[in-house]
Design a protein around this ligand. Sequence first.
Ligand SMILES: [Zn+2]
Length: 415
Amino acid sequence: MSAQVVTPLFDNAYDEGWIASLPKVCLHDHLDGSLRPQTVIELAAEVGHELPYTDQARLERWFSEAADSRSLARYLQTFEHTVGVMRTAEALERVAREYVVDAAADGIIHGEVRWAPEQHLSEGLDLDAAIHAVERGIVAGESDAADRGHIISIRQIVCAMRQNDCSLEVARAAVRNRSSGVVGFDLAGPELGFSAELHREALDYCARHFLQVTLHAGEADGVESIRQALHEGRAARLGHGVRIVEDLTRRQSHAALADNVARLPHSHDVSLVPATSLYSMGEVAAWVRDRRIPLEICPCSNLQTDAAPRVSDIGATARTGNSSTGWAREYREHPVELLRSLGFAVTINPDNRLMSRTSMTREFLKLAHEFGYEREDFLSVTLIAAESAFLPLDERNDLVDRVLAGYSTSPEVGS
Ligand SMILES: [Zn+2]
């Protein structure tokens, strides 16, 4: 990214089409957060599940408003309705199939979709049957996309819920279903109060069987949760991880910082100042940065759930227990670009397309508008994601080649 360019570059539908066409790699997206509203309505009618609205547009708005309310209770309510209609093999298969088709339309060429099968067993499915149903849907969706000329691979990351006590059982199911497209294990659900340490047996099991692990950490809890994800989980990636910024300390005073920013031509953004000169890192941040442990950053989602410290407040207080830090409420306040400029391995992800009313394309558009991202920035975050995929090395290399080939044939914006 050119350091001086912060003006919006992408203003019209043509540009959105260009961004949508770029090959993308999506590492953090929830199956039960990405349903089509019409599918929720139809599946609810089939199983007799009561929804707040049965009009598609109104229901779609209800999902995003509830997710936007900054009330965890309302946010979790939204998942009651999606999980509530995904309790049969047929429903799981349909949702997974549509997920893949929608991902292909978003330009995704490889994605790793996560979900917690333990939440879908009340109608008689067991863990294996649920995983197999999703896999059938994924394979059908990949075939649908291929018929339309879009080659896409989607793999499953199986989550255990932090507040439940069946994580070892779930980890065993994940390991034994590798041949059904499972490539990783995650802990989802309430991070605060349910530490990774509580799931040590499951995490040890994954480690013993060399199943890749990415853990939600540094979203609803801070640096200690990230430390646990690394120690207990041996996490190869961090789900969100955005609160790693709470392990940064600003080297300069507010006044010196403002003076430095003011002297930069056309710049009003702290993140454009050579960041490594402004912040020192604690041991957790340094480890994550220096080891290039990928951060699965989900900006739109973070703004809804108060998960991202506001960039202008970062490092102003003590390294840990940063309770006085304000939360980013606008996209431009999100520390995504600060993390990149500090050298963290940042990937961009939607998290929950339905609740956050987002997509990879929309996140890229926002990055272009708010941070001046250009072609090489999109390419850079996409290559990091491709290299961080839970795939064998030869498949990752193929993925990198496909990304590079896609960018080499994609027309320049505006041309
Ligand atoms: Zn997530």
